[in-house]
Design a protein around this ligand. Sequence first.
Ligand code: PLP
Length: 223
Amino acid sequence: MNTLEENLDRVIRNIEKARLSVSGHHIVKLVAVGKYTDIENIKTLYELGQRAFGENQVQQLEIRVKELSELPIEWHMIGTLQKNKINKLIKLNPFLIHSIDSLELALALNKKLQSSNVKLSGLLQINSSQEATKSGVETERAIDIYQAIQAQCKNLNLQGVMSIGANSDDRSEVQRNFKTTYTVFEKLKKNGANICSMGMSGDYELAIQCGSNLVRVGSKIFR
Ligand SMILES: *Cc1c(COP(=O)(O)O)cnc(C)c1O
């Protein structure tokens, strides 16, 4: 068995254990984050059955979407989106953008989507750890901003929320932030939210225990 296969199997088993500890009905999607790896490894993972892949840069996403266009891969844009990359991203027609981190960005995206007459699904990124280095809206403003985007951005389909765990060795702090994000997600269910994207290589099991139903895992698979 090669390492990639072992890594993927291990991550899938861990996700399975964590989700079952929540409920047999708690379904979790794995998005494999390819930013540390090359196209060949993405292909290998595809052949092992993985279908959803994430990239954090539009440039990299573009190269991969084009090179792997013959494969029915579900592409996720997970990194900060610069305004000057909006047109490029829209042309790539990703399955989901996780990183809508302000009303301003949503409005800019919506404007371009409208003029191309296309729709895009996305998540509102919440900065629940309140770290200055992280993007995302403040937790306290998340619900208002979510509803404002829904009201003003008809070509954006908001599907839920995304958050990056605190950069901390203190598990209880990371857990607190995940729980905060999950609480916002629950309140937004009546607005149609159905995706709670939380958890990366260091904290995906904890995130699932806090209610995440989508994890973005890179290094634990590809390194
Ligand atoms: C890189 C990245 C990930 C994956 O990180 P790992 O710790 O390698 O699993 C997840 N989400 C975002 C937004 C990223 O940029």
